[in-house]
Structures are given as structure tokens and as C-alpha cells.
Design a binder for this molecule. Structure first.
Ligand code: MN
Length: 281
């Protein structure tokens, strides 16, 4: 399977300037060539400093449009693999991959958070807390890159959840998005939950995407993320659960929130590579 690496140097939506350097560092390392990836280029934000809603919206919109165009174009060469950057890059990735909502796309969103705020519910106003709501067609209109939702809620699943605020679970429940909390995962087992989630997202008529926020993993495996949450997924368990899945209908992979300035022992970079190795074998 041919893969195309697209780097999303996004930091505006995050909590830390270091997010912008994640894809840059990964681009320069030799790791990606081990996968024989083609180079799909880089989308780089001018602004390194995070800017909350509404100040950050114009540049985020601009960079998401550039990323969406790039993903849409590059998918003809192979499976797009997007490395972020803060998670607001997902707006660009999945808007492009769904051809601005014209395709009926599912999405498996592996994250400690629900990322389903709108400006009305977000206490911090940080834009990386809003991308899933935007992709489902809710929230800031300037970040809706097409008409209607970019991904289909009935084929969308969030997995690994352990931190959210009022408004987010209610929104997902109303839209019919399934989410698995760490409590449920611990009770039923990760393998069972991933298999169930995989069945749901891969039933989408035009295939599905995978968006992994490294903070879904326990900080023991991925300490270099902007917003750490304790008691997360184990890397070996996640690798095992993803490894055996049928990837025929998988249309793109996105891994985000890698912040190399916090990665003193390269542990998080190794985790990123382990995930890619397991997904792109
Ligand atoms: Mn996230």
C-alpha cells in the first residue's frame, strides 16, 4: 500500500507553541522513510502562538483550506498520513478527505477528550477542543468548509475518553455519535471495544478515517502532548487492537498533538512510530 505523508504544522488551536514543531521534526527524521512514504508536503501556520476563539479563526480557516486541498489532491497518490500539529488540523484533513461532505465518511477518533465544544460551551476557547463538533456541522461557521457535516455521526466513534466538559457528551449523544470512555474500555476490554468501533465506522458508504490524538495514550507512553490526562490507553494494547483490523475501507490516518519540545527521552516519538508501524504494515 502506498502512503503519502502530509505534515500539518498547526499550533494556533492548541495550548502550546511546541505543537507546530511535531510534524517538522518528524519530517526531518528518517523514521518516515522506513514506511516508504511519498512526500505530500507541509502546511505550515505562520502563527506559532496559540490563539483562542475568535482571534485564531481566520488563520485556522486559511490553513485548514490549504490542508483540505492538499489531502484531496494527494489521496490519488496513496493513503494520506497526516502528522499534526494541534488537533484543529482535523478540520482540514477530514473536510478534504470527504470532498467537503460530498462523500459519506465515517471517523474513528481516538482521544482522551471529546473535542466537541462550540464557542458557547468551551471554557478556554481553545480551537483544538472544537474540531469534532465542526466536522459534525456544529459551531463556528467560518470553520465549516462545506455545506452540512463532513463526517456522518452514525458512523463516527470516539474512543479513550476520560476528560470532557458539560455540553460535549450531550452534543454527541444528540447527534448519535458513539463514545467509549476509559471506564467502559477497562470494563469490557480494549480489543472488544475497538472491534465494535471498527465495525461501526467501516460501515460508512465511502469508507472511514482514523484520527489519533496521542493524549489518548497513557502519559507513560506519550508524555509529550499539550494536555496530559492520566489513566489512558496502553500502547501495546492499542497496537495489538489496531494490528489485526481489516484496513480495506480505511481512507486516511491522522496522528496529532505531538509536542517534541516536551519529548526529552524521545518516548513519544517512538510511540508515534510504533502506531504507524502497526497501521501501515
Ligand atoms: Mn484531540
Amino acid at each position: 500500500m502506498k502512503t503519502v505523508a502530509i505534515d500539518a504544522g498547526f499550533a494556533i488551536g492548541g495550548a502550546d507553541t511546541g505543537n507546530r514543531n511535531g510534524p517538522w521534526l518528524y519530517r526531518r527524521s528518517r523514521l518516515r522513510y522506513r514506511h516508504g512514504m511519498l512526500d505530500g508536503g507541509l502546511v505550515w501556520q505562520c502563527q506559532a502562538q496559540p490563539l483562542p476563539w475568535p482571534e485564531g479563526v481566520p488563520e485556522l480557516r486559511n490553513s485548514c483550506i490549504r490542508l483540505a486541498r492538499r489531502v484531496l489532491r494527494q489521496q490519488k497518490r496513496g493513503l494520506p498520513v497526516i502528522i499534526g500539529g494541534d488537533h484543529s488540523c482535523a478540520i482540514g484533513t477530514w473536510s478534504g478527505l470527504s470532498d467537503y461532505g460530498r462523500k459519506a465518511l465515517g471517523l474513528l477518533w481516538i482521544d482522551a477528550h471529546l473535542d466537541s465544544h462550540t464557542p458557547l460551551t468551551s471554557p478556554s476557547g481553545r480551537l483544538h477542543g472544537m474540531p469534532l463538533a465542526i466536522l459534525l456541522g456544529e459551531g463556528e461557521p467560518a470553520l465549516q468548509l462545506g455545506k452540512g457535516p463532513m463526517v456522518r455521526p452514525e458512523y463516527t466513534v470516539v474512543l479513550g475518553v476520560r476528560s470532557y466538559e458539560p455540553g460535549e457528551p450531550e452534543r454527541l449523544q444528540r447527534l448519535g455519535v458513539r463514545f467509549y470512555t476509559m471506564d467502559e474500555i477497562r470494563r469490557r476490554g480494549l480489543g472488544v471495544c475497538v472491534a465494535e468501533a471498527w465495525r461501526r465506522v467501516s460501515a460508512a458508504p465511502d469508507g472511514f478515517g482514523l484520527s489519533i490524538d496521542l493524549d489518548a495514550l497513557d502519559p507513560a507512553y506519550a508524555p509529550a502532548v499539550s494536555v496530559r490526562e492520566p489513566d489512558g490507553l496502553s500502547l501495546p494494547h492499542l497496537v495489538k487492537a489496531l494490528h489485526s483490523r481489516n484496513r480495506r475501507r480505511l481512507k486516511a490516518v491522522e496522528i496529532v498533538e505531538f509536542n517534541p519540545t516536551l519529548d526529552r527521552d524521545l518516548r513519544t516519538q517512538k510511540t508515534l512510530t510504533a502506531l504507524l508501524n502497526s497501521l501501515l504494515r
